[in-house]
Design a protein around this ligand. Structure first.
Ligand code: NAG
Ligand code: NAG
Ligand code: NAG
Ligand code: NAG
Ligand code: NAG
Ligand code: FE2
Length: 455
């Protein structure tokens, strides 16, 4: 009897901790702002003959001692060299990269796309770099992440489904104002495929638009459905062609055999990027890699285990409902067993945060299809609200399922401020208020160091 009472008490405590979810009463303006025109200020080419443009950086190795710099030159290949160093007036190191072009749909020829990886960098150090030698030189800088360690702090920006509307521009401006060290980008970059013939000029405009952030801090890429660019009607049958040419990932460093699934360690975080649009069934390369990868995670060094995937496994919107279900069935148990802290998804163009729930007790015969509170389970955050041209997903299922903690159909971005091995402070900002207004927030406790804590 005492044991029964104790169990009942525990269940009640869990029910109380998983407070009823909030469907935000906030009423945003329903006005949908359009894609920024080709002559918008944020798309302007930099001045100077053959000036390098679309500069972006991403981590170039597993732990943050390398950075891959990418840029394009419009007229001539120009130089593949990046000069870099510790002082802007003393770029005494060089890295030599590669250059390539691609054609699209028989009508579009890409500019010259360069990638070079700067290696042997020190952690937590500011580097200055410049590209465009021979014609017009442009200079930038970045700071490498701290060395992986349990209490190394890092603040991530979380952005998904960004696109290039006026809303997208607000999202980037608000993220810049809130500040962060690196962006976990959850897929769907430029939405070129929503334009006739997948107008690839939109890959160029998008890269010019986000340069103001991504030339100065690494954005870590997850591929979304708008990166597939499968267009047999115009003769383009190689999936991910523009994305692959333009956005390299450091997949080899995590022993992946495919550039769309890989991991990086940054400070106290081990971040895994998965591809919703590559095979993940049993025995496939991604499945095999993830199984091995989860064994490599060392929570003593990198306590925060974060997984990024475009199509959500949990969300309560009618849009794309259950599209991520087959991947959830395949991988959820692994992530709960591994005590992953956070799963970030996009795809659904609204914002949502869940409680710690799992559906690992379900099999097709037992009918236990209701997600259960589980202290070992990650929080799922849906951050597909960057501001793309397709508009908001504003049709939430009713009543709000128990697993949903907070949901709102507005554009915005989030930040995850990892303080130390036990605590991370999370905030979501909707665009429509001032940049400093927080619309949802939570303290997350680490699943490895505080495994039974409910938040
Ligand atoms: C480059 O310059 C820095 C000072 O900015 C100096 O510490 C370093 O030794 C130099 N490296 C080489 C290879 O000359
Ligand atoms: C985009 O935002 C930036 C920063 O707020 C601003 O300077 C620029 O004019 C905006 N561009 C457009 C097209 O709205
Ligand atoms: C990748 O595999 C090689 C060869 O098996 C091994 O030496 C290396 O440590 C592995 N890297 C990681 C990050 O596990
Ligand atoms: C919680 O997750 C663990 C680890 O996967 C699992 O063994 C347990 O059955 C789960 N509990 C519930 C209520 O689903
Ligand atoms: C970790 O950070 C939290 C939030 O800032 C703080 O309350 C806690 O004392 C820190 N823990 C340690 C061991 O420093
Ligand atoms: Fe999307």
């Amino acid at each position: 009897m005492e044991r029964v009472l104790a169990v009942l008490f525990l269940l009640a405590a869990h029910a109380a901790s998983a407070a009823a979810g909030v469907t935000s009463p906030y009423r945003r303006s329903l006005q949908m702002l359009p894609v920024m025109p080709l002559d918008a200020d944020v798309f302007r080419q930099p001045p100077g003959h053959n000036a390098p443009e679309q500069v972006h950086i991403t981590q170039g190795d597993l732990t943050g001692r390398a950075m891959t710099v990418s840029w394009v030159t419009p007229e001539h290949p120009g130089s593949n060299v990046v000069r870099y160093g510790l002082a802007a007036d003393n770029l005494n190191l060089t890295a030599e990269g590669t250059v390539q072009r691609y054609t699209w749909g028989g009508t579009y020829q890409s500019p010259y796309i360069h990638h070079a990886t700067l290696t042997g960098l020190d952690h937590a150090t500011v580097y200055h770099y410049a590209v465009g030698y021979g014609y017009t030189v442009r200079s930038f800088s970045f700071k490498t992440p701290p060395k992986p360690g349990p209490d190394a702090p890092i603040k991530f920006g979380l952005i998904g489904d960004l696109g290039q509307t006026f809303h997208s521009n607000d999202t980037v401006a608000h993220y810049e104002a809130n500040g962060g060290d690196a962006v976990l980008f959850i897929g769907d970059l430029c939405y070129a495929d929503n334009h006739p013939g997948h107008d690839n000029r939109r890959w160029d405009t998008w890269a010019r638009f986000v340069e103001r952030s991504v030339a100065y801090q690494p954005w870590i890429w997850t591929a979304g459905n708008h990166e597939i660019d499968y267009a047999p009607e115009i003769g383009e049958t190689v999936p991910f062609k523009p994305f692959t040419h333009r956005y390299p990932t450091p997949f080899r460093a995590s022993n992946s055999t495919g550039h769309l699934w890989y991991s990086v360690k940054m400070a106290s975080a081990h971040v895994i990027m998965l591809s919703s649009y590559s095979a993940y069934g049993k025995y496939t390369p991604q499945w095999t890699w993830l199984q091995d990868e989860l064994r490599r995670v060392d929570r003593k060094t990198t306590p925060w285990l974060i997984v990024c995937v475009h199509s959500p496994w949990y969300n309560t919107n009618d849009y794309h409902y259950m599209e991520g279900e087959t991947m959830r069935v395949q991988f959820e148990r692994w992530l709960v067993d591994a005590k992953a802290d956070l799963v970030l998804a996009g795809h659904v163009h609204s914002y949502e945060r869940t409680h710690r729930v799992s559906n690992v007790a379900y099999d097709i015969a037992n009918g236990k299809a209701t997600p259960q509170f589980n202290a070992s389970a990650p929080v799922y955050v849906n951050i597909g609200d960057g501001g793309n041209t397709e508009g908001l997903a504003n049709s939430f299922r009713s009543p709000q399922p128990d697993y949903s903690a907070f949901r709102e159909a507005s554009y915005g971005h989030a930040t995850l401020d990892i303080k130390n091995r036990t605590h991370a402070y999370y905030e979501w900002h909707r665009n429509q208020d001032g940049v400093k207004v927080v619309a949802d927030k939570a303290w997350f406790t680490n699943r490895y160091y505080m495994p039974t804590h409910t938040n």
